[in-house]
Design a protein around this ligand. Structure first.
Ligand code: FAD
Length: 464
């Protein structure tokens, strides 16, 4: 008999007043009893709508049925068939707009907690599973992957599973992309990401770090080195700015820099050389997940006051509801319908204030959301010593400017055929944020998967 409880089995969490002072994970994960209880809410529907909502097609009801029977390793092996980063996806995927949005249980209550169960199974496997080396014999063909984010790692894992000799070239000194440098430890522990990367390496994927393609080597040189196809998964790591006066003052950061200093360079740890980010009163500009991560990170760095300044209304925020809820619980102050117009500094060039103007909502714009319109004369100043700009990222132009014949659109995104992920250059494929602009982990993974299939077809077709 299925468990007809209308709500998801609650996830234990650190209390807000405790967690806002530490970097440990906020959500603590299900126990076996909780996981079984939640798994029993799944009706195992015949047409499995949840699977169609997953960009990598995880066989969701099948793995959940194994959880209900306490067969966790079997559940893990099912997830692993299509998802090479399950512990990551179980934590950061926006399931509410993907698999869970299609769940039949959501019609009369809350959907099954698919993400929570995926996380439980992956964590169980990391603790108890015995990873057998599944290196597939080489098929003699070499593929180069540029960028070790979720799209590149997925493409690499899928190709290695087909016998390709895969080399991932990563610009930073650590693999993982945004999973390592962007998403904070308290949402996605770095040890978890590292274990997923280690599992890919055990499959034979080679990762070369400190390799900025477009500088150290160009794509044409990769072909000269014997790689038969190249995948571009370079993400969208170039921060956008507002172009208002004062953005160059000391104490103004892009969210990328702010988060990288903390996540990757561990600025909050006294035994690291990275200079600490001094924060007391912080303004974070933006309303997406990146803004939430920056605001919650600032609190954990010891800020007394953290304000999110967002030019639209709360209902229009692109951030996940769960993230906004967590940020509010932790004490982040939200200032909606508020847009910064300039940042003011002291005589040493340090941030001292941010001047804002109040907005009201006008007619819908191209995005379908009501356009924020300035209220004349509503300017006010807020005293701050740190401003974090989190208003979006664009793809870095390096690869497109060093690769002849690689088509990009007006936003700098690489143009691909949406099914095959093939670019305008023969043998070159691309996916993830480099193609879509800033999006999600699972969409990047879905694109990496599609590209791996196309690269396989391309190389096998060429060698017939
Ligand atoms: P990336 O993860 O950006 O990886 C690209 C990699 O390529 C990087 O490692 C980069 O160093 C490397 N690279 C770039 N140029 C070169 C070059 N020339 N040569 C070699 N290597 C290069 N998504 C979610 O689904 N859920 C979330 O909760 C979420 N939170 C986020 C929080 C933050 C702070 C940010 C910034 C993003 C968040 N996202 C979230 C979005 C998600 O992380 C991205 O959509 C996803 O990581 C894109 O994957 P990717 O592989 O395309 O690129």
């Amino acid at each position: 008999m299925p468990n007809m409880q209308q709500k998801k089995t609650p996830m234990p969490e650190q209390a807000p007043e405790v967690r806002c002072h530490n970097f440990a994970e906020v959500a603590e994960g299900y126990t076996e009893e909780m996981a079984k209880n939640e798994a029993q809410r799944c009706l195992n529907c015949k047409n499995k709508p949840c699977v169609s909502g997953c960009p990598v097609g995880v066989h969701i009801p099948d793995f959940i049925a194994h959880v209900a029977n306490r067969e966790y390793e079997k559940a893990f092996q099912i997830i692993k068939l299509t998802n090479s980063l399950p512990a990551v996806c179980g934590r950061v995927c926006p399931q509410e707009t993907q698999c869970e949005s299609k769940c039949v249980r959501g019609l009369k209550g809350e959907p099954v907690g698919i993400g929570r169960l995926e996380r439980f199974v992956s964590d169980w496997h990391m603790k108890n599973g015995t990873e057998e080396s599944t290196k597939v014999p080489s098929n003699g063909h070499k593929v180069a992957i540029i960028g070790a984010g979720p799209s590149g790692l997925t493409c690499a894992g899928d190709l290695a599973a087909k016998g390709y000799q895969v080399t991932v070239f990563e610009a930073l000194h650590v693999a993982g992309g945004v999973l390592m440098y962007g998403i904070p430890q308290f949402r996605l522990p770095k040890e978890i990401v590292q274990k997923e990367i280690d599992a890919l390496k055990a499959k034979g994927v080679e990762v070369k770090t400190d390799m900025v393609i477009g500088k150290v080597l160009e794509i044409d040189e990769l072909f000269d080195m014997g790689y038969e196809a190249v995948f571009i998964g370079t993400g969208a790591g170039l921060p956008n700015f507002m172009n208002i006066p004062g953005e160059a003052l000391v104490g103004t950061y892009s969210a990328n820099e702010f988060l990288t200093r903390v996540n990757l360079m561990k600025a909050y740890k006294p035994d690291y050389d990275t200079p600490a980010v001094p924060v007391h009163k912080v303004a974070v500009i933006g309303g997406g997940n990146v803004a939430m991560d920056a605001a919650r990170t600032a609190l954990r760095l010891g800020a007394e006051e953290v304000h999110v300044l967002y030019r639209r209304a709360e209902e229009q925020m692109p951030a996940r509801r769960e993230e906004v809820h967590h940020a509010k619980e932790e004490g982040v102050i939200f200032n909606f319908l508020t847009a910064p117009v300039r940042i003011l500094g002291d005589d040493k060039g340090h941030v001292q204030e941010v001047e804002c103007v109040k907005m009201q909502l006008g007619e819908p714009d191209a995005s379908g959301r009501r356009r924020p319109v300035e209220i004349p004369g509503s300017n006010f100043k807020q005293s701050v010593d740190c401003v974090v700009v989190a208003i979006g990222n664009s793809p870095n132009p390096l690869i497109r400017s060093t690769t002849k014949g690689l088509e990009a659109n007006h936003k700098g995104c690489v143009v691909v055929d949406e099914e095959t992920m093939k670019t305008s250059r023969e043998g070159v494929y691309a996916a993830g944020d480099a193609v879509s602009g800033a999006a999600t982990v699972i969409l990047a993974m879905g694109g990496g998967k599609a590209a791996a299939n196309s690269i396989d077809a391309f190389i096998q077709g060429k060698n017939k």
